[in-house]
Design a protein around this ligand. Structure first.
Ligand SMILES: Nc1ncnc2c1ncn2[C@@H]1O[C@H](COP(=O)(O)OP(=O)(O)O)[C@@H](O)[C@H]1O
Ligand SMILES: [Mg+2]
Length: 310
């Protein structure tokens, strides 16, 4: 049986701003469940309401409507809080502390016994790749280094549930890969990871399931493979004209040169067999044929377009 460790049930938050009490509907409707042991991606463009939703789940922002539940208990709950780790979007650091001192302080705040704090801090520092920065005050850290110590800090209490708000922000591609690997490792250890992001490829590489939010409203929740339509978008044929001549191409086909050869993109519905026969009959060589299915990027654009049309 799967166990639900995080639940957003019709969560909504309206902020009131300024003298005129202007209404800002940061989150209109967020409903989703996270199951134990999965990596769950919370995906949406900037300003779509991700941080506000996570803050409501962490008990840091009081919802206007709806219910939040963490580890089987309504938010806020002290016992649940003890069993989770959280990386806020803009964490606050005590800048004069070195990473090992900072983690020791965080450990003390989460009631980690003194005897194991030091060893755990050292392990986490190595795990997030900050060993060479030991002894250096946090105010001398780069954005990427602060992001890493922020992630280490979220793990200091040995949490079963880890909630990370934009953990990839400020990291270069190598750093992002390291954090992706870390998340997969956390899952192997049986922990549940929830993270928000607007970076699509990271999600494709790590998440079991995702929720997508646009303008404060969740548009879809589910395993990535189910959200992406299995539909063929187009077929890409790479060919080398050699001494042959290229036959007339079907309507809607586009071509471009690549270092490998001429890339012909055949739209959905084209008779690919007939097209390949014509190309071969013209004396050209076919180097490769690649079906292209919907990617997360395509899905994102499709959902944004549907939202725009609505
Ligand atoms: N404390 C606040 N007061 C007023 N508006 C806010 C506050 N926090 C967030 N917002 C607004 O709510 C919307 C969603 O913000 P946020 O949850 O930070 O989105 P995301 O994390 O997806 O970028 C934005 O329009 C933002 O300006
Ligand atoms: Mg945010």
């Amino acid at each position: 049986m799967s166990e639900i460790v995080l639940r957003a049930d019709g969560l909504a938050k309206t902020f009131r701003l300024g003298f005129l009490r202007k209404r800002i509907e940061a989150v209109r409707e967020a409903t989703f469940d996270v199951q134990r042991g999965e990596i769950f991606g919370y995906l949406g463009p900037n300003g779509s309401g991700k941080t506000t939703t996570l803050k409501m789940l962490m008990g840091l922002v009081f919802p206007t409507r709806g219910r939040a539940e963490v580890l089987g208990r309504p938010v806020p709950n002290r016992e649940a809080k003890r069993r989770l780790g959280y990386l806020p979007e803009s964490p606050y650091f005590y800048e004069y502390l070195a990473p090992e001192e900072f983690l020791d302080l965080v450990g003390a705040l989460c009631d980690v016994p003194r005897a194991i704090r030091r060893e755990r801090a050292a392990k986490l520092i190595a795990r997030v790749g900050l060993e060479q920065a030991r002894g250096r005050p946090l105010r001398k850290f780069s954005k990427g280094m602060l992001q890493r110590i922020g992630i280490a800090q979220a793990l200091m209490g040995d949490p079963e549930l880890v909630v990370l708000d934009e953990p990839m922000t400020g990291l270069d591609p190598l750093g992002r890969k390291e954090i992706r690997d870390l998340m997969l490792e956390l899952r192997r250890e049986g922990r549940t990871v929830v993270y928000s992001t607007h970076i699509l490829p990271d999600v494709e590489m790590t998440c079991d399931r995702v929720a997508m939010i646009f303008a404060g409203r969740i548009r879809s929740v589910g395993p990535l493979a189910e959200l992406l339509t299995a539909r063929l978008l187009s077929t890409e044929v790479c060919l080398s004209p050699g001494a042959g001549t290229l036959p007339p191409l079907p309507a809607g086909a586009t071509t471009r040169q690549s270092p490998d050869g001429l890339l012909v993109d055949l739209p959905e519905g084209t008779d690919v067999d007939a097209c390949l026969r014509a190309v071969l009959a013209g004396g050209c060589h076919v180097l490769s044929v690649t079906p292209r299915r919907e990617s997360l990027e395509d899905l994102f654009l499709r959902q944004a377009a549907e939202k725009g049309a609505a």
